[in-house]
Design a protein around this ligand. Structure first.
Ligand SMILES: Nc1ncnc2c1ncn2[C@@H]1O[C@H](COP(=O)(O)OP(=O)(O)OP(=O)(O)O)[C@@H](O)[C@H]1O
Ligand SMILES: [Mg+2]
Length: 379
């Protein structure tokens, strides 16, 4: 008796079974991060998940029409190479048993991986399941990792090799060298060590910024004093004379970040222009903050690169083969400016060369306006 009751309880009606299977299928389809599309052998869309609609930005009305050709026509326009996409789709529809995997490049820069498998019912192909994975972010991170590795292996090795060379020269021949020769080696050693320190600093900042770990720690700071002292230090490091003209302005800023801004801009001016090219640094007071300007009389930046050079790993034509640089300096400058509610950009300098500008926002600056006016008339 008990046994038969059990049997009755576990046996389901066929419509309940299929409702259960259907809801399981729906839930499975919707729980995946991939976009899924199922098309019958007749070319009718039999199923898709919401992620598919979102990824392809398909209007609900087209999705509801279940017309594969209409959906295809809508999506194809978003791709860089629509002909290749359509060719592949038609090839696969012609061979119902084939499987496929390929990569789709969108006009807006997105990248999808597309794979496709036949849907088989009782050994007979009934349609095709397409799945789409948005790999834009993963590819971007892969590219960044490659770029960082190239940077680390090349750029960090150069000063390190110099440091090892200078120290072993001092070890072996230090006792027989003149005081001037020893002093010269120490200067070179220190310059290379600082270069290394700066690059490691850049790479760490870049990583921390990319992971959103940087919060500005603002403190009242004498910007003129800060900028002047970095200019003097950079003079020693780059061997360039730097003319400084700074308004007397005190702002709430994150001083170490602003140091990195000014240092990167001055080193760029020295690095991307011929020796002896003049370099100017100015601080201009503004009602809602200040403007830091680093100018040079070098080759300048072509219009088409003026925005691009602020993106990570993007470099212009001035890179030197022996020390090409990493291409992250200006991206840090721009992100540090943004941390201060400001921005960074480049203009053409009147008289030739480039004029890099950074606006730092602070609604309550302390400015000695009389002095600011005076310094403006003398620069
Ligand atoms: N003062 C300048 N004059 C002309 N071009 C410049 C100047 N400053 C920067 N650039 C251009 O902008 C590009 C990007 O600069 P960025 O500081 O981001 O990288 P980098 O100097 O090449 O390398 P690093 O990561 O070591 O700073 C440079 O490669 C260069 O082409
Ligand atoms: Mg740089």
């Amino acid at each position: 008796m008990r046994i038969s009751l059990g049997r009755i309880r576990t046996r389901r009606r066929p419509d309940i079974d299929s409702a259960h299977a259907l809801s399981l299928l729906e839930a499975t389809l919707e729980s995946t991060a991939d976009g899924i599309l199922v098309v019958s052998t007749e070319g009718t869309i039999t199923r898709f998940n919401q992620q598919f609609i979102r990824m392809w930005r398909i209007p609900q009305e087209i999705a509801d029409s279940h017309d594969d050709e209409r959906a295809l026509a809508f999506v194809v326009d978003q791709l860089k190479d629509p002909d290749d996409f359509l060719k592949r789709v038609h090839e696969l529809y012609a061979d119902p048993t084939a499987e496929s995997f390929d990569v789709l490049h969108f006009k807006d820069g997105r990248i999808f991986e597309r794979s496709s498998k036949p849907q088989v019912v009782d050994g007979i192909p009934a349609g095709r399941v397409w799945s789409f994975r948005d790999v834009t972010e993963r590819r971007r991170l892969d590219d960044m990792k490659d770029n960082l590795l190239t940077a680390v292996s090349h750029e960090l090795r150069t000063p390190l090799t110099a440091i090892v060379g200078f120290t072993s020269t001092l070890e072996r021949y230090g006792a027989t060298m003149t005081d001037e020769e020893v002093a010269d080696l120490y200067t070179r050693l220190s310059n290379n060590a600082k270069k290394l320190q700066r690059m490691v600093g850049d790479l760490l900042d870049f990583d921390r910024l990319a992971r959103g770990l940087v919060e500005p720690k603002r403190e009242r700071t004498d910007v003129a004093e800060l900028v002047t002292s970095i200019a003097r230090e950079s003079e020693q490091m780059t061997g360039r004379h730097i003319r400084v003209a700074a308004d007397d302005v005190v702002l709430s800023i994150d001083a170490p970040k602003v140091e990195r801004i000014v240092e990167n801009l001055i080193i760029n001016a020295a690095r991307h222009t011929a020796p002896e090219t003049p370099v100017w640094v100015r601080v201009r007071a503004r009602e809602d903050g200040c403007l830091i300007i680093v100018e040079d009389a070098g080759p300048g930046v072509p219009d088409e690169l003026k925005d691009i050079i602020f993106e990570p790993f993007k470099q212009g034509p001035t890179a030197q083969p022996q020390s090409p640089g990493v291409g992250i300096g200006l991206s840090l400058v721009s992100r540090f400016a943004a941390l201060h509610g400001g921005r960074a950009w480049v203009e053409d300098r009147k008289g030739g060369g480039s004029s890099f500008r950074v606006f730092l926002r602070d609604e309550n600056p302390t400015v000695d306006l009389r002095q600011a006016e005076l310094s403006r008339t003398t620069t």
